[in-house]
Design a protein around this ligand. Structure first.
Ligand SMILES: Cc1ncc(COP(=O)(O)O)c(C=O)c1O
Length: 405
């Protein structure tokens, strides 16, 4: 692992004080080293599809490049892509946005999160984040100068949104509440009833709601995604995060969106004007083509994820001391395990890699306190690798104890 050299010039800004290197780093570095030494690694740590981008999207981007569309575009994105996003949201989520003033095309969903936080949250503001959660929220909240307020969700309750705990965490300093459904890392999907309850909890407050819906198209069996923005009493306080990375296998394109009422989008656009300026021009026709013409490809990928999910659940079912949270959406299994059967997550992840060549993410990446005995497994990999790698995980849990380690 690389150690950082400190010089008299390298003192970072104070805002980096609480931003720690990711705990996944050790796993990534080691997996990369093993792979370059020729070892086969089962990649369960990666949160991106193994599929190729739909051809129609590639063709449209190539055609745009061919037409010489290589210059700066509008700050909020091309009107055509904004229109495609608004139509998509209307069709799939039942939410209505004016493409002219209520949608920004962002550099991945990541930038949408960043713009929203930079536009609305600063020193003295609190942002409530139910955990376990995607680690970027906490870091971006800190970069914005605000304070993350984690609300611990209960493993025994499948990490369902705890509306009472969220309500109890709200103070006069609460500027925003962030929810992510379907969830990374747990795969949990909030029900329509829970979203209605959230509306009731937020009703007496001025808190904004950030709804990260990047996995909205990836739900399985009877689960249904409910966008809070489709609930009329929530719409005016909700900023919706979305993107192309997960459902359309376009993570490397780095495109996403921020949608919300004009009053919330206008300040976010001001941040955009002084940061990334605009998304790459010639990629945007490709993204619009994906939304309009590749819904069938996306559905085929979703069905393949569903097959893997089923195969994975069968293998993981009934391991003594291990609980798999209900994975109704996204493409992750979140396993919590008893300290009796294995060492803490960061050590276990290293051992899984060294002994079984399986790369997973320790739960501490999503919840530093509650995730000490949890791991996240992504099933966005080939089914043969999934089956072999999961059998290796099961072997590790069933053949060893902390004492042996
Ligand atoms: C919950 C969540 N939100 C947002 C993102 C960022 O997506 P993008 O690649 O579009 O920036 C990710 C990526 O892993 C994610 O898991």
């Amino acid at each position: 692992m690389s150690t950082q050299t400190v010089t008299r010039f390298s003192r970072p800004a104070g805002r980096l004080e609480h931003i720690k290197p990711s705990p996944i780093r050790a796993i990534f570095d080691k997996a990369a080293a093993m792979e370059s030494a020729g070892e086969k690694i089962y990649h369960f740590e990666i949160g991106r599809p193994d599929f190729d981008t739909p051809q129609v999207a590639k063709d449209a981007a190539a055609a745009s490049l061919g037409r010489g569309e290589v210059h700066y575009g509008p700050n909020a994105g091309t009107m055509d892509l904004r229109t495609a996003i608004a139509e998509y949201l209307q069709d799939r989520r039942g939410t209505s946005y004016d493409p002219l003033s209520e949608v920004i095309v962002t550099i991945g969903a990541n930038e949408a999160v960043f713009l929203a936080l930079m536009a609305f949250c600063g020193p003295g503001d609190e942002v409530i984040v139910p955990v376990p959660a995607w680690a970027h929220y906490q870091s971006c909240i800190r970069l914005a100068g605000a304070t993350p307020v984690p609300v611990m969700l209960d493993a025994a309750d499948n990490f369902r949104l705890d509306l009472e705990a969220i309500g109890a965490a709200i103070t006069e300093r609460t500027k925003m509440v962030i929810i992510c459904t379907p969830n990374n890392p747990t795969g949990g999907v909030a029900t329509a009833e829970e979203i209605n309850q959230l509306a009731a909890v937020l009703e007496p407050t001025d808190a904004l709601l950030m709804s990260d819906e990047i996995y909205a198209d990836l739900v399985y069996e009877d689960a249904r995604h409910q966008s809070p923005a489709a609930v009329s009493s929530l719409r005016e306080r909700t900023l919706v995060i979305g993107g192309f990375a997960k459902a359309f296998a376009m993570d490397g394109w780095r495109l996403g969106w921020l949608a919300g009422p004009r009053e919330l989008i206008t300040p976010a656009l001001r941040v955009r004007q002084y940061t990334t300026v605009c998304a790459p021009t010639f990629l945007q026709p490709g993204a619009a083509a994906a939304l309009r013409e590749a819904r069938g490809d996306a559905e085929a990928m979703r069905r393949e994820f569903e097959v893997r999910r089923q195969a994975g659940l069968q293998i993981l079912h009934g391991i003594p001391g291990v609980t798999v949270s209900q994975p109704d959406g996204a493409f992750y299994f979140y396993l919590t395990y008893s300290p009796e059967i294995a060492e803490p997550a960061e050590q276990l992840a290293l051992r899984l890699l060294e002994e079984q060549h399986v790369a997973v993410v320790p739960g501490t990446a999503f919840d530093p306190d509650g995730g000490t005995h949890a791991i996240r497994i992504s099933y966005a990999c080939h089914i043969d690798d999934l089956i072999e790698g999961l059998n290796r995980v099961v072997h590790t849990f069933t053949k060893t104890t902390t004492k042996e380690a």
